[in-house]
Design a protein around this ligand. Structure first.
Ligand code: HEM
Length: 507
């Protein structure tokens, strides 16, 4: 049987075809031609290698630094480039430049990822997927750093690191998942329930990055040209259709082709089958937010479509693969704090903390001048920051302090006009939000959105993870996460996990 080689497999053949007539010499990193590449400079056949072998020093000293720290979360991923195009006028909600006219196109970079595994981890595991978009706008970089789910497991950054720890490796055994850690935490913090239902449903393993929706997840603020403010949520709906992989097939693929999603995205774009998503927003006025039945800034909850329908905005299309994964995708620095005039944040406790975390981690992962890497660079940067490792751009001799009398950059009146004025008052104290109705929306999903077969598979997927944890934790998870959503589900899990115990029929 003939093996069909896809575009990803033929990358080098394609390179060779394009460069058939090139005549290039090998050089050092500094462009010095190399006379003979494949032998070290030694004294005789068995003699020691000479320190003056500049070619070898050049190559080895670069090789030993080929890796930087991987992303602490979302380490495994892939990405591509394309554009955002406006199809509908939403200028009554925002004055942000990418939305200014129908037909306007803004270049984008996108990165998809799994959350918990490391850089080499299989793609087809049960996990949330990252869905991050960088817009290269006239007002600088704007990033939407969301997921393929509209909600998240936790809603206060004070428990975020703990949640990530229970998804990652046990620090003693170095194994993951550690089912005790995961179910212990989730059952003690039942705000994880809604996202657990989504992650253990069929959507927990998408068929590809192309076959899933994306969400900004958090609530953001929009300011229009008259200074009027609205709350918004972002939705990206796949034009490839939702497709998922069932658990057994996903496990098989994870063994056969751990890079299944990476390969799929690369090949689709290389073949000209450009993936696209329609961009929608949900909009809530501040008055509606004040009266909302659910907390509009709670990341464990959605805004119901019946209350806040989807409003079409435009589409995003990916039409170009990266020319080097490391330079253009690994070094992408997505950050929710990259905002442009007309777009603001909300009091969501997770989003507030994310304002700090990304810049902080990028400086560690990519160095202090990561904003000067070409994939992260804005069209124009004028400020008073200079120097540090890797400085490339020095702002053409402009003054590095403000105020100054030497024609340095000045305040932007439009940006000031579009900055919302937020009246605030309250007592500074730690209020645990972990018990604010954790079940109503999970129940809607379980009882109204999923069909019988999907409900059955959800229960099987839950049992598959729950059966690996200690029984007191199993019992607590059923009691704090599944009984309160739907007693029949709780009982089904009991019957599967404790077939010899009678207590399930007491209810
Ligand atoms: C990546 C922190 C919540 C989506 C990251 C990274 C950090 C981080 C440190 C690595 C970034 C890098 O090295 O480039 C946090 C913190 C959170 C939080 C502290 C909460 C307090 C969330 C939430 C979402 C999300 C709620 C989705 C709604 C992502 C995505 C990436 C990421 C998609 C990968 C971006 C890329 O592809 O480069 N996060 N995160 N994070 N995070 Fe978060």
């Amino acid at each position: 049987q003939k093996f069909v080689r896809d575009p990803a497999a033929k990358q080098l053949q394609e390179y060779a075809a394009k460069h058939e007539d090139d005549e290039k010499s090998i050089t050092t990193n500094f462009g010095n031609p190399i006379g003979y590449k494949d032998a070290s400079l030694t004294v005789g056949y068995h003699g020691p290698t000479l320190l003056q072998d500049v070619m070898l020093l050049d190559e080895l000293s670069h090789f030993t630094k080929e890796r930087n720290p991987e992303r602490v979360v979302h380490a495994k991923g892939s990405g591509a480039f394309g554009y955002f195009e406006v199809t509908h006028d939403i200028t009554k909600y925002t004055a942000a430049k990418p939305f200014m006219e129908i037909g306007k196109k803004t270049p984008i970079a996108m990165r998809f990822s799994t959350v918990a595994g490391e850089r080499g981890y299989p793609d087809t595991v049960r996990d949330v997927r990252g869905f991050a978009i960088k817009f290269y706008t006239e007002d600088g970089i704007w990033d939407i750093v969301g997921n393929n789910t509209p909600v998240f497991f936790v809603k206060d950054a004070a428990v975020f690191a703990s949640f990530i720890h229970v998804m990652k490796r046990n620090p003693v055994t170095n194994l993951r998942p550690d089912y005790d850690m995961f179910w212990d935490f989730c059952s003690l913090r039942p705000e994880t329930t809604h996202q657990t239902f989504i992650t253990f449903s069929d959507r927990g393993i998408p068929r590809s990055y192309r076959h899933m929706h994306g969400y900004g997840s958090h609530t953001y603020g929009f300011v229009n040209g008259d200074g009027k403010f609205h709350w918004v949520k972002y939705h990206f709906r796949t034009n490839q259709g939702i497709k998922n992989i069932l658990s057994q097939e996903a496990q098989q693929i994870a063994g056969e082709d751990p890079d299944y999603h990476t390969r799929d995205l690369y090949n689709a774009i290389a073949k000209g089958d450009f993936p696209s998503w329609d961009f929608y927003i949900q909009v809530m006025t501040p008055e509606q937010a004040a009266k909302s039945a659910y907390d509009p800034f709670d990341l464990s909850k959605v805004w119901l479509f019946a209350d806040y329908p989807l409003i079409p905005v435009g589409r995003i299309v990916l039409n170009k693969n990266s020319s080097n994964y490391y330079a253009e995708i690994e070094q992408l620095a997505m950050d929710v704090a990259h905002l442009i005039p007309g777009i603001d944040i909300s009091p969501d406790r997770m989003l507030q903390a994310r304002m700090f975390a990304y810049r902080d981690t990028h400086q560690y992962r990519l160095g202090p001048n990561y904003s000067q890497l070409s994939v992260n660079m804005a069209y124009e940067v004028h400020n008073f920051n200079r120097d540090g490792y890797g400085t490339i751009y020095s702002q053409g001799g402009a003054p590095n302090y403000h105020p100054n009398s030497f024609e340095g950059p000045e305040n932007d009146k439009r940006a000031l006009a579009l900055t919302p004025v937020i009246p605030l008052q309250g007592e500074a104290k730690r209020i645990d939000s972990g018990n604010d109705d954790n079940y109503t929306q999970a129940r809607l999903l379980y009882q109204r959105v999923l069909n019988d077969e999907e409900r059955e598979r959800l229960a099987e997927n839950l049992v598959d993870w729950l059966k690996r944890t200690a029984s007191p934790i199993q019992k607590r998870a059923i009691e704090t996460m599944f009984d309160p959503v739907d007693k029949t589900l709780g009982d089904k899990l009991r019957r599967a996990l404790f077939p010899n115990e009678e207590f399930h029929i007491e209810y």
